[in-house]
Structures are given as structure tokens and as C-alpha cells.
Design a protein around this ligand. Structure first.
Ligand code: MN3
Length: 201
């Protein structure tokens, strides 16, 4: 059972002007597709072929680096496409309440995630997670690691992830990662983040 590239739930141009269509097309069709292909090659003939991508991540220390890099790449990007939307609205319900009580509000959440993304040296991800204590927390990971992985410094269930690899923003923002991080909040799918939050509780 091979992993497959999930279809984007919107057009490449849907997130304009915040994320440009060419970046989306290359990011999804080339970068994510390569992670899927390389993951399938890396797990061919191993017990990972029958595992979910989440379970592979949770046990990643048992696998070679190719599975860590490409399995993380597949999980991270599948989540990333789902938490973006042209009309993302704002946090509501239990998620909105937790953002207020556990993080000090949405503005603080954005500031902390932007700082986590901006200070991640090289390539990686900024994350909003639900920790083992069921509380929201913010962290970042290098490369294609994620907080599900047993090797992660800060562990938890990701509910929102922001890709800070240059391939996610360079065509439009060049070296200005903070500008990309500022703009992405216009296209966060808060209903999906809320759904992931409640599932993680
Ligand atoms: Mn990427």
C-alpha cells in the first residue's frame, strides 16, 4: 500500500496574493510529490508499508534517515495544505477559548509562531501543538521533522504547521521570511485547525 499525493483542496491561485500560484504549484506538484515518491521507495519491502504515516512518525527513531526526511515531508505537507484556505475566518469554540486562556490570545499566538519560524535556522517548521498535558504549545522543528516524532525535542499533536523552508516563499518573498510569516495569517483555515484541536484533546 503506497502513499499517494493528496489533491490540493483548492486552486493553485486560491491563496493569492499571500501565497502565489507558482509557489503552490511547484511546492505541491514537485516538492511534496518527491517526498511521497522517495518515501515509497524508502519503505518498499519493510514493515512500514502497512503503517499509517502518523505511526511511522511516532516510531521514526527505528527508521533510516530517508524515511524520517520523506515521511516527515509527506505528513507535514499533507497537514499544511489542509490548514490553508482563502477564506479561513477566525478561531472559534473550544480552540478560541484555549488560545485565550493558554496562550494569552490570538495576537500572542501569531507573535510566538512567527518568532519560532523566523528563528529556525535553515529549513524547518513552526508548530502549534497539543501537548501530553492537553494544553496548546508552540515549537519548531528542523528539516522535515515534526512534533509527532519520537526524536522531537518538544512532542505533541500538531494542529497548525507553517513551512519555513525557502521553497515555501522564495519566489514571492525572496529572503524576507518574516514578510511571508506575516502574510500567511490571512489564509489560515481556522475551522480545520479547530477540528484538529478537538480531535487531539
Ligand atoms: Mn515545503
Amino acid at each position: 500500500m503506497a502513499f499517494t499525493l493528496p489533491a490540493l483542496p483548492y486552486a493553485f491561485s486560491a491563496l493569492e496574493p499571500h501565497i502565489d500560484a507558482m509557489t503552490m504549484e511547484i511546492h505541491h506538484g514537485k516538492h511534496h510529490n518527491a517526498y511521497v515518491t522517495n518515501l515509497n521507495n524508502a519503505i518498499a519491502g519493510t514493515n512500514a508499508e502497512t503503517m499509517s504515516i502518523e505511526d511511522i512518525c511516532r516510531n521514526i527513531s527505528q527508521f533510516p534517515m530517508a524515511v524520517r526526511n520523506n515521511g516527515g515531508g509527506h505528513y507535514n505537507h499533507s497537514l499544511f495544505w489542509s490548514i490553508l484556505s482563502a477564506n479561513g475566518g477566525s478561531p472559534s469554540g473550544k480552540l478560541a477559548a484555549a488560545i485565550t486562556t493558554e496562550l494569552g490570545g490570538l495576537d500572542t499566538l501569531k507573535e510566538k509562531m512567527n518568532a519560532a519560524g523566523a528563528t529556525r535556522f535553515g529549513s524547518g517548521w513552526a508548530w502549534l501543538i497539543v501537548g501530553a498535558d492537553k494544553k496548546l504549545a508552540i515549537c519548531s522543528t528542523p528539516n522535515q521533522d515534526n512534533p509527532l516524532m519520537d526524536i522531537a525535542e518538544v512532542k505533541g499533536t500538531p494542529v497548525l504547521g507553517i513551512d519555513v523552508w525557502e521553497h515555501a516563499y522564495y519566489l514571492k518573498y525572496q529572503n524576507r521570511r518574516p514578510d511571508y510569516l506575516g502574510a500567511i495569517w490571512n489564509v489560515i483555515n481556522w475551522a480545520e485547525v479547530g477540528k484538529r484541536y478537538e480531535a487531539a484533546l
